[in-house]
Design a protein around this ligand. Sequence first.
Ligand SMILES: [Zn+2]
Length: 146
Amino acid sequence: MTDSMLITCPHCHRKNRLPVERLSANPQCGACKQSLFNGKPLALTSAQFAKHSSADLPLVIDFWASWCGPCQQFAPVFEQAASRAEPRARLIKIDTEAAPDLAARFAIRSIPTLLILHHGKEIARLNGAMPAQEFERWLLTNLPAL
Ligand SMILES: [Zn+2]
């Protein structure tokens, strides 16, 4: 069993190996010295996404687009959930217009679509926006234990 995890830095996208017990002690990136967790969703390009999806932290991904009304409504719910989900998971925003390759890879047919990814495997998926309480219940139910 592993008692350390690879965490990708949200700033410089380098991987850091951390003992699991240090996750909640506001760890910093060994390369750029910034916080590995900042309580906010992280917008990623396809290239950056690859560096995060190949690490150990579960990712909660919001596939969205700027023209999508329900996506705009859901954005604050997703943002709020980030600080509570960390350091158990990182919340990621993927603009489906900017990253059509990722939208195709995950077969995104409607937006917003919420997806939990762990070690490259999809472990849960939700279509459509929902109220904060419902979203957080879904997160708690589906996020893998540390
Ligand atoms: Zn860094």
